[in-house]
Write a protein that binds this ligand. Structure first.
Ligand code: GDR
Length: 329
C-alpha cells in the first residue's frame, strides 16, 4: 500500500516528476522547501496539486528532524543539491555543505527520528568523471572532476555507509544525465532547445556554448524518477546505475535540435571560452543492466524523441510569450 513520502529538492526538474509519479500511485507527498515564501511553490502546486509543504534546509540539522517528526514518512527522496556542475567550481564549499554533507544531515535525522524510513540518494554519473572504463556500471571506480562530483561521491559513500553500519534501507541511484522540458535553462540541453526556438522565431540570432565535443548519456527525467521509486520497493537496499546506454555529443544535440525547426546549427552556434569548465568530463555512457533486470525498469523516451519533445515545448512557450506580448502592446 502506498504510504507517505518526503522529497527534498522538490522544486527542481526531478522533484516535480517524482511528486507527480508518487501522487498518481496514491502517496501522500510532502515537499521540503528552503527559505521564506519560496517563489517556486506556486509553480509546483500547479504542476502537481496535492503536495503538502514543509520548511527545512539541508544545511540545518534541526529543521530536518522537525520535518521528519511532522510528516512521519515511509520514504525520503533526497534530490536537494547544488546541482549545476559549473556553479560548483565557483561555490565549492557551499556545494560540499549542501550536496555532500547535506546527505549526512538527512541520514542522521532519519536515524534519530525513525531508522526504518527508506531513503533514496540522488547520486550522479559525474562521480565517474575521468572514466576508468566504458560503459560505467555500479562497480566502476569514481574519479570526479568537479566539486559537485566530489560532493556527490561523498553523498554516495555515506549512503552506503549508513546501510552497512546501521542496517538502514538506504539506496543510491547513480543517474546519468536526464532532461525534459522542465530542465533549468543553465543546463546545456535546455539552453540549446530554448535558443533554437527563439532563433527560429527571430527573437535571437545565436547561442554561445562551451565544449561542444563532450558526450553524455541523455535520458528523459520522467522515466528516471520511476527508477527512484522502484529502488525503495525492493526487498533489500542497493545501488543502481540508471542510464540509456547511448551517448551523444553536445554537437549532435545541437544538430538535431536545430534541424527539428528547419535550421542548420552551424549558422547559429558559436563557442565562448566563458562556458568551458576548469576540468571536464569528456564522455559518459552508462550500463543500466542491473536496473533493468532487478527493478524491471526501462526507458520509454529515446534521444530523438527527447530532443523533439524539448524543442516542441520551447517553441510552444515562445509562441505563447509572443502572443501575450502582442496582446498587451
Ligand atoms: P552536466 O550537465 O554537467 O553533465 O551535469 P550540463 O548540461 O550542465 O553539461 C553537459 C555538458 O555540456 C557541456 N557544455 C555546456 N554546459 C552548459 N551547462 N552550458 C554550456 O553553454 C555548455 N557548453 C557545453 C558541459 O561542459 C558538459 O560537458 C548534469 C547535472 O544535471 C548534474 O546535476 C547531474 O548530476 C549530471 O548531469 C548527471
Amino acid at each position: 500500500m502506498p504510504g507517505t513520502a518526503l522529497i527534498t529538492g522538490i522544486t527542481g526538474q526531478d522533484g516535480t516528476y517524482l511528486a507527480q509519479h508518487l501522487l498518481s500511485l496514491g502517496y501522500q507527498v510532502y515537499g521540503l522547501v528552503r527559505g521564506q515564501n519560496n517563489p517556486k511553490i506556486g509553480m509546483v502546486d500547479q504542476l502537481c496539486p496535492g503536495i503538502e509543504w514543509l520548511e527545512g534546509d539541508l544545511l540545518d540539522q534541526s529543521s530536518l528532524i522537525a520535518a521528519l517528526e511532522t510528516c512521519q514518512p515511509d520514504e525520503v527522496y533526497n534530490l536537494g543539491a547544488i546541482s549545476f556542475v559549473a556553479l560548483s567550481f565557483k561555490q565549492a564549499i557551499n556545494t560540499g555543505e549542501t550536496t555532500g554533507l547535506g546527505v549526512t544531515r538527512i541520514l542522521e535525522a532519519i536515524r534519530v527520528v525513525n531508522p526504518k524510513i527508506r531513503f533514496y540518494q540522488a547520486s550522479s554519473s559525474e562521480m565517474f568523471g575521468k572514466v576508468r572504463e566504458t560503459p560505467q556500471n555500479e562497480l566502476t571506480p569514481f574519479h570526479p572532476r568537479s566539486p559537485y562530483g566530489v560532493a556527490k561521491a561523498y553523498g554516495h559513500y555515506i549512503t552506503v555507509n549508513y546501510r552497512e553500519s546501521f542496517g538502514m534501507f538506504t539506496c543510491s541511484g547513480i543517474l546519468f544525465n536526464h532532461e525534459s522540458p522542465r530542465r533549468g535553462l543553465e543546463f546545456v540541453t535546455r539552453k540549446i532547445t530554448h535558443a533554437a526556438a527563439r532563433i527560429k522565431l527571430g527573437i535571437d540570432q545565436t547561442i554561445a556554448l562551451g565544449n561542444i565535443d563532450s558526450k553524455r548519456d541523455w535520458g528523459f527525467a520522467g522515466d528516471y524518477v520511476k527508477a527512484m521509486h522502484l529502488m525503495l520497493q525492493q526487498e533489500a537496499p542497493d545501488d543502481y546505475v540508471v542510464a540509456t546506454g547511448h551517448t551523444h555529443s553536445v554537437r549532435e544535440f545541437c544538430e538535431l535540435a536545430f534541424a527539428h525547426v528547419g535550421l542548420d546549427w552551424q549558422d547559429h552556434v558559436v563557442t565562448d571560452p566563458r562556458f568551458l569548465r576548469p576540468a571536464e568530463v569528456d564522455v559518459l555512457v552508462g550500463d543500466a543492466t542491473k536496473a533493468r533486470t532487478k527493478l524491471g525498469w526501462k526507458t520509454e523516451v529515446d534521444f530523438g524523441h527527447l530532443v523533439a519533445m524539448m524543442v516542441g515545448s520551447d517553441m510552444e512557450a515562445q509562441r505563447t510569450a509572443q502572443r501575450i506580448g502582442a496582446a498587451t502592446r
